[in-house]
Design a protein around this ligand. Structure first.
Ligand code: CA
Length: 226
């Protein structure tokens, strides 16, 4: 999973980072709330691990900001905190965290909670995804715009589904490579650009009366407008 760890205790942060990396996770560390929020706005993380007692902005404020202004407001958040009172746990969960792990914790427990989160996330959501007049039906692998069918290749379909699941948010090319191409992706190729341009032709140019949906955010990635 792509993990953002917001933690100001350098030794603990390094211990967690190393442990997660050893288990195949990709981890970025931010030492304070504002830096963490900045990183969360640029990268589509799968989970944020959030300390509560942070300099400048405490964890609850960071959490509220993530939920209100973040690039990915739905990103799962696990609070890691020495504040072990039930009322702290309750306020963290009520502020929108998925989970609360009391410090000190064992790395194995954190890893197990990440696996649990990943299982929930990996459950394929069968409900159709909609954006304005665009509809994608994952179950029947069908796409329509304004009720008119759009024929897509498997890769184009996977690409559109990924963008739709993050509608309104920038999806970085690295994330597209990881989710749509997995191990087949050749870093040097322009295969993503080619697929985006085919998708744009089928999705937007074929519907000149409708507002274009697919945007390129130069230097960052691609986004379906919300
Ligand atoms: Ca702290």
């Amino acid at each position: 999973m792509r993990v953002l760890l917001i933690e100001d205790e350098t030794r603990l942060a390094e211990f967690v980072r190393q442990g997660l990396v050893q288990h195949g996770h990709v981890v970025d560390v931010a030492a304070d709330g504002p830096t963490g929020l900045e990183q969360a706005a640029l990268t589509a993380y799968d989970v944020v691990l959030l300390d509560m007692m942070l300099p400048g902005q405490n964890g609850l404020e960071v959490l509220r900001n993530l939920r209100q202004f973040g690039n990915n407001p739905q990103v799962p958040v696990i609070i890691l905190s020495a504040l072990s009172d039930t009322r702290h746990v309750i306020s963290g969960l009520d502020a929108g965290a998925q989970d609360y792990l009391r410090k000190p914790f064992e790395l194995d427990e954190l890893l197990a909670r990440l696996r649990a989160l990943d299982r929930v996330r990996a459950t394929p959501a069968a409900a159709p995804l909609r954006l304005l007049d665009l509809e994608l039906d994952p179950l029947h692998r069908a796409v329509t715009r304004g009720g008119r069918p759009i024929s897509l290749t498997n890769r184009e379909f996977a690409l559109l589904e990924l963008l739709l699941r993050h509608a309104g948010r920038v999806v970085p090319k690295t994330r597209i490579a990881e989710k749509v191409w997995e191990v087949d992706y050749d870093m040097g190729s322009n295969v993503i650009e080619v697929h985006i341009s085919q998708l744009r032709r089928k999705l937007d140019r074929a519907f000149p009366d409708q507002p274009p949906l697919l945007e390129t955010v130069i230097g960052h990635g691609y986004r379906l407008r919300s």
